[in-house]
Design a protein around this ligand. Structure first.
Ligand SMILES: NC(=O)c1ccc[n+]([C@@H]2O[C@H](COP(=O)([O-])OP(=O)(O)OC[C@H]3O[C@@H](n4cnc5c(N)ncnc54)[C@H](O)[C@@H]3O)[C@@H](O)[C@H]2O)c1
Length: 456
């Protein structure tokens, strides 16, 4: 099939490359000329494992191309995917201006084409996460403005950054929302090669498809907030949230994933999608109490982490140096949108502390978005720890899991770790003479105890 993908960010780029991989001819379009120039040179503007390889192969074999000219993308296309941002507005609602501005551009291009005798029918598909009612609105939008036969489908994307290529090529499920059986069938055929293992393709109405995406994200976020809330209780009663997690997660009705207590979720999806879902409910006269509580617990969780930092140093942060391990909102991505590290670094700087940040891939994103922050961009985790009063673990990158402890002990001026991801075994760190504070588990003071007993 001939396909246009409008917006080649994290979702659009993986979608474009993933659709080309099965033999479709795909043209990606974006309003950001630097992104398009990079892609035309065969370079990925984002970090996503496996994506470089997929891009290179499909570019080389001529199934995938990129353009900054909308006409070139949409005139030959039968399917037009919209993979545009839907950021939150001040009241939490999703901002649909990117979607409707792109729809407006599509109308302009197709109106001009109509005057030249081109009136092919097109299917416009929302890949962006959009509130219930958006597909219906888009259908009216096109019907009112174009003589072409335009049909709109909803096709929410469930990929996870860091696993995006794998998730796109082998999705757990595909959800297609369309009232038109012909559109449903066309998209069913498009996705069939990705579901050969038998994973389902669900065809449903627009509204259910749109809501499915928000429901999935809110539910996953709720699991995380649930565990974070329980972690607070664990700290009060002397329980260990990781043991509770294992005991709970082994129950097949519950499952093991998304049960990790920590500094809370971030990223470009969970925070905005939970807010948008709650806002949609409010617009319809309802209050989604669990979703509202999920948001509140998450906001509070970040602050709790910060309180742990402040309490450990008795509020004396001015002039201290901290290694911040991890900036990306999760491992295997360079995405720092709503990343907990951003708040933590901001709070450290406001408190007069010095920051030595390390992340395997996200430091360029930090430098790009916060060019004025006076921080040291470390070359590796040990460089970040050089002379530091402690390490704050914010992202659970694999390379942080088994550090060289003796080297770290040498580098740190005070052996203390405040871990927002529960990466280490408290007993081991105690034995190593490190003070270790994590989430929902007993804190251990291997260093402080030794210092105190020496002083006695
Ligand atoms: N990132 C994820 O993990 C993820 C997963 C599932 C769904 N989603 C949803 O997918 C959508 C896109 O998310 P993303 O993370 O890819 O965003 P992104 O910001 O990485 O990408 C959006 C792209 O759209 C481009 N753009 C903006 N206006 C445009 C226009 N008028 N015409 C052409 N291009 C335009 C931007 O330049 C950017 O490259 C959002 O609705 C998001 O909620 C994201």
């Amino acid at each position: 099939m001939r396909i246009a993908v409008i917006g080649v960010g994290y979702v659009g780029l993986v979608t474009a490359a993933g659709l080309a991989e099965t033999g479709n001819t795909v043209i990606g379009y974006d309003i950001d000329p630097t992104k398009i120039e990079k892609l035309q040179r065969g370079e990925s503007p984002i970090y996503e494992p496996g994506l470089d390889h997929l891009l290179a192969r499909n570019l080389k074999e001529g199934r995938l191309s990129f353009t900054g000219v909308l006409e070139e993308a949409i005139l030959p296309a039968e399917l037009i995917f919209l993979a545009l941002p839907t950021p939150p507005m001040t009241g939490g609602e999703a901002d649909l201006s990117f979607i409707f501005s792109a729809a407006d551009s599509i109308v302009r291009v197709l109106s001009k084409a109509y005057l030249n005798g081109i009136s092919d029918s097109k299917i416009v598909i929302t890949k962006s996460t959009v509130p219930v009612g958006t597909a219906r609105r888009l259908q009216h939008f096109f019907a009112e403005r174009l003589p072409h036969r335009m049909r709109v489908a909803s096709n929410p994307e469930f990929l996870r950054e860091g696993y995006a290529v794998e998730d796109f090529l082998k999705p757990d499920r595909v959800v297609i929302g369309s009232p038109d059986p012909e559109v449903g069938e066309k998209l069913y055929q498009l996705y069939l090669p990705y579901t050969r293992q038998g994973n389902p393709i669900y065809i449903m109405d627009w509204e259910s498809a749109e809501l499915t995406k928000y429901a999935a994200n809110a539910f996953l976020a709720m699991r995380i907030s649930f565990m974070n809330e329980l972690a607070r209780l664990c700290e009060r009663v002397g329980a260990d949230i990781d043991k509770v997690r294992l005991g709970m997660g082994a129950d097949s009705r519950i499952g093991r994933r998304y049960l990790y207590a920590g500094i809370g979720y971030g990223g470009s999806c969970f925070p905005k999608d939970t807010h948008a879902l709650a806002a949609t409910a409010r617009q319809h006269g309802l209050s989604l109490h669990l979703v509202e509580a999920t948001i509140e617990v998450n906001v509070h969780q970040r602050k709790l982490f910060w309180e742990k930092v402040r309490d450990y140093y008795h509020g004396q942060l001015q002039g201290r140096t901290f290694a911040v391990w991890g900036v990306a909102f999760k491992p295997d991505t360079d995405d720092i949108r709503e990343a907990p590290a951003i708040d933590v670094i901001r709070w450290l700087l406001e408190a007069g502390a010095k920051v030595r940040a390390f992340d395997p891939v996200a430091l360029p994103s930090l430098r790009r978005d916060y060019p004025d922050w006076p921080i040291y961009y470390a070359h590796n985790p040990y460089d970040a720890a050089e002379g530091a009063d402690g390490i704050l673990v914010i992202t659970e990158w694999a390379e942080f899991r088994q550090p060289d402890w003796s080297l770290l002990r040498q580098k740190l001026s005070r052996p203390a770790i405040i871990d927002g991801r529960n990466l280490y075994n408290p007993a081991q760190l105690y034995a190593l003479g490190i003070d270790y504070i994590s989430i929902g588990r007993p804190s251990v003071y291997g260093y402080s105890e030794k210092v105190e007993s020496k002083q006695k």
